[in-house]
Design a protein around this ligand. Structure first.
Ligand SMILES: Cc1cc2nc3c(=O)[nH]c(=O)nc-3n(C[C@H](O)[C@H](O)[C@H](O)COP(=O)(O)OP(=O)(O)OC[C@H]3O[C@@H](n4cnc5c(N)ncnc54)[C@H](O)[C@@H]3O)c2cc1C
Length: 527
């Protein structure tokens, strides 16, 4: 008997594939994740999750591990001709706010983040199948057959290509990956061992003819991210990276002995590529992460955009696979995420230009790559068919749903909105007593897929809890929730939050029919 198909096959176990696998596994969706690599990578590559990705990682239940394994971003020390010119900290003024608990990116090597995600995935009984390279794809109306090297095949109802910039999935689908490669902006990178410099700083030596950047890798005693403009040979061609060339570059720009660099691994040459997939979906096959978009590392958005793609796709794929939504919901993945990738290409190109300009001047450095736009907290999917008209003084449907510190009205224990949102469900917030009946009606109509909360004033005053409510009550003692959601003290409003913590619907207090229409109609219509 042929095996029943896996629900979802994920190709590639980088940060994108692992995020998606966890998001599906926690929804009890049968998932397999394969990688062509024979072993797990130890490459440090991305320097860490930005504030929005930290919010995603909190929802996936790994935030404590990530924070413990990494560190806050380090102040930057800039040098010219080997002399210290300036110390700067682009995050010096950043502070957590009630609506955004993560005020800066977190420094953690990509391999370490992947290790944490794999451990979480294993808790659901899913392990990455290494040494499994996808070489072919065939699909019909019901399933996809993935061919692997060695003649193996995996049948799945859906396949997601999270297989990086050279994506085999994208090529097999014939999806164009238009854009450009800038041969001028080359860089060499690697993980190096180095004794000497202060590990509390990200050191940046820039001279007129190039530079070297060294950032300590958290959790290691002497490991550093090494980045530099490459050496060129007599013909002006870049010299391939090696320990010797790294030592020469290090000595040239730091004026320190090159021998301080004792080991260099995972060497790579890097050119700025700006490319965007033409489509994110062909039938039952999807693209996510670097498979769908690549751009400059200025602003540190590559891995982050992939994590956030996966978070957008996970709940939609799960809902469709279980028949809770018709396949049309899957079209909203491209509808929402492709414009975000296009904007990310613009942001990173702009940050690269700003950084290249800044380093021409003494004291300029990588802080020019950082702006609030690189935090991932701004904007929303306002154009989406999942974002009907509706707004408050601060929010529109489609926006990222803000956090707020509240308290459980029953116990008095602190409870943030993000804790109420965490998990695979939709969340309905009812601000003000006028929402009580709608909360009750929604709770009884939608059961487990929807959690309902009355958000009350101090000590439950003016709450919707009266009358034996079936919903929980959150005391918004400080008024932070009303403030973050832009709802005045006397306004009664319903706010429906999607499973990926974006605002789905903003509706008048008594309008539980609008909630039902949203959850069962339009793009979320049942299969
Ligand atoms: C030097 C360097 C520095 C970077 N710095 C940053 C940074 O500071 N911030 C940032 O956000 N991003 C940074 N990036 C980018 C970041 O590393 C990528 O954006 C991120 O890894 C993308 O994640 P992904 O999961 O989409 O793809 P990947 O991490 O590339 O994972 C793809 C996986 O798919 C597997 N695979 C490929 N083909 C197949 C196949 N046919 N079958 C099965 N498996 C396959 C691969 O083995 C790999 O494990 C950097 C990248 C580099 C190279």
């Amino acid at each position: 008997m042929p095996k029943p198909p896996t629900t979802a096959l994920i190709v590639g176990s980088g940060p994108t594939g692992l995020t998606l696998a966890i998001d599906l596994a926690r929804r009890d969706i049968g998932v397999r994740i394969i990688d062509k690599s024979p072993r797990f990578p130890r490459s440090s590559r991305a320097k860490g999750p930005n504030p929005r990705s930290l919010e995603v990682l909190e929802d996936l239940g790994v935030i404590e591990q990530v924070l413990a394994a990494g560190s806050a971003p380090l102040p930057m020390r800039k040098y010219r001709a080997g002399e210290v010119i300036a110390d700067t900290d682009p995050y010096a003024a950043a502070r957590p706010t009630p609506d955004a608990p993560y005020d800066r990116p977190w420094l953690i090597a990509q391999w370490r983040l992947e290790e944490i995600l794999r451990t979480r995935l294993a808790e659901y009984g899913v392990r990455v199948e290494l040494g499994s390279e996808l070489t072919g794809l065939a699909q019909d109306d019901d399933s996809v057959t993935a061919s692997l090297t060695g003649g193996r095949e995996i049948a799945a109802r859906y396949v997601v290509g999270c297989d990086g910039g050279h994506s085999a999935v994208r090529k097999l689908l014939g999806v164009p990956f238009e854009g450009s490669t800038d041969e001028e902006q080359a860089m060499v990178c690697g993980d190096v061992e180095l004794a000497g410099p202060d590990r509390g700083l990200w050191h940046q030596w820039f001279d007129e003819d190039g530079g070297v950047m060294l950032c300590p890798i958290p959790g290691t005693r002497s490991g550093w991210w090494f980045q530099a403009s490459p050496e060129t040979d007599a013909a002006g061609r870049p010299v391939p990276p090696s320990l010797e060339s790294f030592r020469r570059l290090f000595a040239k720009h730091t004026r320190l002995p090159g021998e301080l660099l004792t080991r260099a691994a995972l060497l790579s040459s890097y050119r700025v590529n700006e490319r965007l997939a033409d489509r994110y979906r062909v039938g039952r096959v999807f693209l996510a992460g670097d498979a769908a978009h690549v751009h400059s590392i200025a602003g540190g958005l590559g891995m982050n955009t992939g994590i956030q793609d996966a978070y957008n796709l996970g709940w939609k794929l799960a809902r469709t696979a279980t028949g809770q939504a018709a396949p049309g919901l899957l079209d909203t993945y491209e509808e929402e995420r492709l414009p975000i990738a296009a904007r990310t290409l613009d942001i990173t190109a702009e940050r690269l230009r700003a950084t290249l300009e800044a380093i021409k001047e003494p004291g300029g450095g990588l802080d020019s790559a950082v702006t609030p736009q690189t935090y991932g907290l701004e904007g929303g999917y306002h154009w989406s068919s999942l974002a009907p008209a509706g707004s408050t003084a601060r929010l529109r449907a489609g926006d990222r749903a803000p956090d707020a510190p509240c308290a459980d009205a029953a116990t008095g224990a602190p409870r943030r909105l993000f804790e109420a949102f965490a998990g695979p469900h939709f969340t309905l917030l009812g601000f003000g007593p006028g929402t009580a009946q709608a909360l009750r009606a929604a709770a009884s109509a939608h059961g487990g897929e929807l959690r309902t909360y009355a958000v009350t004033g101090a000590n439950g005053a003016n709450g919707a809890a009266a009358g034996g409510a079936s919903h929980s009550v959150l005391a918004d003692d400080g008024g932070h929730a009303r403030s973050a959601y832009g709802i005045g003290p006397d306004e009664d409003v319903l706010v429906l939050i999607r499973p990926d913590n974006h605002v789905g619907l903003i509706a008048p207090a008594g309008d539980h029919r609008a909630v039902a229409a949203y959850l069962k109609g339009g793009a979320l219509e049942r299969a």
